[in-house]
Design a protein around this ligand. Sequence first.
Ligand code: XMP
Length: 320
Amino acid sequence: MIKELKADKLDTRAFIKTEVARIAEAVGGGMAINALSGGVDSSVVTLLGHRALGKRLRTVFVENGLMREGEAGRVRSMFAKLGVKVEVVDARDEFFEALKGVTDPEEKREAITQTFYRHVFGRIVRESGARFLLQGTILTDVDETVAGIKRQHNVFEQLGIDPREAFGYGILEPLIQLRKDGVRKVGKALGLPVESFKRIPFPGPALAARVIGEATRERIETVRQATVIVEKALCRTKAFQYMAILHEDRVTGMRDNKREFGQQIEIRCWDSLDARKAKPTRLPFAVLEKLANDITRKVPGVVSVTYNIATKPPSTMEAV
Ligand code: XMP
């Protein structure tokens, strides 16, 4: 059982000192690979690892083809300003190959997990001679996986999987006792820019968690374009998270007086403290109307836009 460190009781200085020392001790004189996705969790881990290991930490951003628009460049330049070099590894073909024909949500998550940890990081770790991978798993990821709700992409030990046996390397998880609010506090204390530590959460399976049915390049591109519009429109709200989801069912629409059997985008916007429970944000109707107009005008093939009004539970925040 992991002991939770609550955000309001968290002494960030003591936490940083302890975790930096733990990383340094575990890795010893060797080197470690750091999995950076650009989200707040992995950004915080990157700075902890950098403090502990300096140049002996190799920070890798895996371009899996499922990330948001412009993400690799954004992450690289943000960390360059913080003195951390980020290596971008192009693994798009591998991920789309693994996702080909996969429609079941848990099978999709499993395909992504295996591609990340067994194939891509397995190869990078082997080639580098590192024995450890650093990653930003938090307590909420563990809870839902153990409860059998969702197989979070980054949880192993709690499922009885030893990463050393399964993938050939150990995994260090300095944030495992924290929830999102605690991670943000540590990020601020570490000197991450505000747009990073206040950034809305983004799931490990990335946009594949927001495409119902098969995650093809084309369908991911559709949800990516809708995501740009949703994030731009809602970034000034105080919501915990907001997203666009591409549905599998098509519906009859019309454009330029012609029938268009088109696609549907669902918008979700959540109020939540730590992602365990959530309520849909009461967005003004004018904001929703503008979103619908922008999405149907700018995202090819979309003729329907809906807003989710169910709570978590029984819903979950991501659709997959
Ligand atoms: P759900 O959809 O389970 O999401 O209600 C709760 C929170 O967790 C994020 N999420 C993930 N984060 N790996 C992650 O690192 C995952 O596999 C994953 N799945 C969901 C989700 O974005 C939300 O903030």
